[in-house]
Design a protein around this ligand. Structure first.
Ligand code: DGJ
Length: 693
């Protein structure tokens, strides 16, 4: 037997193999005691055999093989150049263990194949990074390569994955485990609103705040495939990889993206905190990490394509007065882009709208103390554009394909396309002091192809190298491209095109299972929301945006005096708090009232927190149920203050103490009884500050 053990202070991952075969994960859970006998542990976990079974249970290895009689989905599907299926049987070559890293090398001599699995643990964040590589002596066609395969927990009744749509990202779906497969195979060619590549597997009884939970995120932007399979013997396997068949050309080397995996014994929040911290501290690369996140202004919902210099200047002036620190010029500044039917890829400033170029607007924005950002949608082309007329062959997919928002995708695998884009985008970034690019992607691909994603990554990497001071926002009709792969290259996500605070409250609450504060854009939208028609109070709109990286997107000229005052005050509060909130953990609370979506953002040292309790609907009961907090020290005492108690409506007639004054309470009480908040209308937010005394 061979054994390998990885531990990070919270969890242990034990791999074992019989002889030279591929290993399987024989234990994943709370860290095992020093000196645990791994041979005994492996032997103890061997399954019995009964009637109708093979004489030994085939391993659920890190790359399950059909040649081992594995009855479920294999971890690798390949064909040779002639199209004949290859069924590998890998044998051990070597293992390299170095600090937190384990690299395992296996070979199939007969087929000239080498399989490599890499695991890395992280003692700070408790996220395990796992990836796999396959090399072949001769060109092969890859249909499927799973990142190293993890076992699914047995004491789990269901799994939660994420679906969504435009303006409705991060919808959590619970699917009961049952024999067979839950498969997500994303054919859209991008991460997509529909298929966020994450999975949460709670063990029985786990909630946001307690219980054992396993979490996964696949860091790839070209569409993923997830297989969660229960075998007839009861074992469960979890596979993640690129969407099947998206390696469209034969090759001699293929690799999976990184699969991020985490075990938590503190409920979903244990996974959330691990992912939030890992993304923030290990994946994101801010040009100036110490710079606090600036308050954004984005002009899209104010002017759409109707760019007019005096108007934009006035909007910028008002946005700055409200507290904005960065002005982002959205779609409509280039070619003859008067609507969404034309000009994508003609990345030259529209002289009709900007006769003196972008300079005067940028100077105005700078004079107001804001920095300047600009929108591109690099991977796209309208048939009605100069570039398409010159290079129709640069478009991906057939001539008669169905357009998406009147556009086609460019073939990003072509070097000349990437060079062209680098030159055009580079020309704008060189000519102007731009510190931010909003990088959009507004249609699915005509067909999924991993080369497209690699091409996009290469272009972003090249631009980041040439313009290291420029931050990039990943946008795809809102949250259509959010994953840890793109976030290794970008710095913010446009979580949704919905600026409806009610929708946003829900979307950002679920997204927080993976995304920290610093990366999650959230804007105050127009009074009457453009995508839902809802009319929402400015207090609610402002506080929902203040939960994340705050910005504004309405036309500030629509704000009356009172609205402008509220927004300015909330923005000032946000600026006073953004530094510690930027490093805080976002903890989802177990709300006794399903109408209340609540979270606690807690400073790294636990010394302070803020609770946002958003009322998403009218409650069934008459008065608020107490809201339990989490992760406090039971014996510490906290000063609790309802920050916006002035927002209480006249219909709140009682005297919960928080309505009139702060109160000091123990962590024990707050975690086990909870906060008793005043009654409120739906579509309102209570904001409670807490400080350890
Ligand atoms: C879709 C984005 O999500 C919006 O924010 C905006 O940038 C438009 N595209 C512009 O076309």
């Amino acid at each position: 037997m061979r054994h390998w053990s990885l531990a990070d202070g919270r969890q242990s991952l034990i791999l074992a193999s019989d002889g030279a075969r591929l290993p399987q994960i024989v234990y994943w859970g709370p860290q095992l005691p020093e000196g645990e006998d791994l041979a005994a542990l492996t032997a103890a976990g061997a399954l019995d055999v009964t009637g109708g079974m093979l004489d030994r249970t085939p391993d659920l290895s890190i790359c399950p093989e059909a040649t081992q009689s594995f009855p479920g989905q294999p971890g690798l599907m390949l064909r040779d150049a002639e199209g004949t299926s290859i069924l590998p049987a890998f044998r051990f070559v070597e293992a390299e263990e170095e600090g937190d890293r384990l690299v395992l090398l296996y070979r199939d001599q007969r087929h000239g194949l080498t399989y490599r699995a890499t695991f890395a643990t992280c003692g700070d964040t408790h996220v395990i990074e796992a990836r796999s590589t396959i090399e072949s002596a001769a060109p092969v066609h890859l249909h499927w390569l799973a990142a190293p395969v993890f076992p699914g927990p047995q004491l789990s009744d269901e799994m939660h994955d994420f679906a969504g749509r435009w303006c409705g990202e991060f919808q959590m779906n619970a699917t009961p485990w049952s024999p067979g497969i839950r498969c997500r195979d994303n054919r859209t060619g991008r991460t997509g609103h529909e298929h966020f590549p994450g999975l949460i597997v709670p063990c029985r009884g786990a909630t946001n705040t307690q219980g054992q939970t396993f979490g996964f995120q696949y860091g790839w932007s070209g569409g993923h495939r997830m297989v969660a399979e229960e075998l007839s013997d009861g074992r469960r396997q979890i596979q993640f990889g690129h969407a099947a068949g998206t390696e469209t050309s034969p090759g001699m080397r293929f690799e999976s993206a990184t699969l991020y995996a985490v075990f938590s014994d503190e409920g979903i929040n244990g996974c959330a905190v691990a992912f939030q911290r890992h993304l923030r501290d290990r994946i994101l690369r801010f040009p100036r990490p110490d710079r606090p996140r600036p308050v954004h202004y984005n002009c899209w919902e104010a002017v759409y394509f109707d760019h007019n210099m005096p108007e934009l200047k006035e909007i910028a002036t008002r946005a700055a007065a409200l507290g904005a620190e960065r002005f982002v010029l959205d779609d409509g500044w280039f070619g003859n882009r008067d609507d969404d039917t034309r000009a994508l890829s003609d990345w030259v400033v529209d002289a009709r709208k900007y006769p003196d170029g972008l300079g005067p607007l940028i100077e105005h924005v700078h004079a107001l103390g804001m920095t300047f950002g600009i929108w591109f949608e690099p991977e796209m082309i309208n048939p009605d554009s100069e570039v398409h007329r010159r290079h129709p062959d640069w478009a991906l997919g057939p001539d008669d394909q169905i357009l998406g928002r009147n556009q086609k995708a460019l073939d990003m695998a072509r070097a000349e396309v990437r060079d062209f884009l680098f030159d055009r985008i580079g020309a704008i970034l060189s000519a102007h002091p731009v510190d931010y690019v909003k990088w959009d992607h507004n249609r699915v691909l005509p067909m999924a192809d991993a080369a497209q994603t690699r091409g996009t990554y290469a272009l972003i990497d090249r631009l980041r190298h040439a313009f290291p001071q420029v931050e990039i926002e990943s946008c795809a009709s809102g949250g259509g491209r959010i994953d840890f792969g793109i976030l290794g290259r970008t710095h913010r996500v446009w979580l949704s095109d919905s600026n409806d605070a009610l929708e946003r409250l829900k979307i950002q609450h679920n997204a927080a299972i993976f995304l920290p504060f610093v990366v999650t854009g959230s804007h105050v939208g127009p009074r009457e929301c453009h995508t839902s028609g809802r009319v929402l109070d400015i207090r609610f709109r402002a506080w929902v945006a203040a939960q994340r990286h705050m910005g504004f997107e309405m036309d500030p000229r629509e704000l009356d005096e009172e609205e402008a005052r509220v927004l300015t005050e909330v923005t000032e509060w946000w600026k006073r708090n953004r530094e510690w909130m930027g490093r805080a953990d976002i903890l989802r609370l177990d709300s006794a009232d399903p109408a209340v979506i609540a979270e606690q953002q807690q400073a790294e040292d636990g010394g302070r927190f803020v609770v946002f309790a958003g009322k998403a609907a009218t409650s069934t009961q008459t008065v608020p149920r107490p809201l339990r907090l989490t992760r406090l020290s039971p014996h510490a005492r906290y000063r609790i203050e309802l920050l916006n108690r002035g927002d209480a409506s006249g219909l709140s007639r009682g005297e919960p103490v928080l309505k009139s004054q702060p109160v000091v309470l123990s962590g024990q009480y707050l975690m086990n009884h909870g906060l008793t908040l005043p009654w409120s209308f739906p579509e309102r937010m209570w904001v409670v500050e807490g400080e350890r005394v």
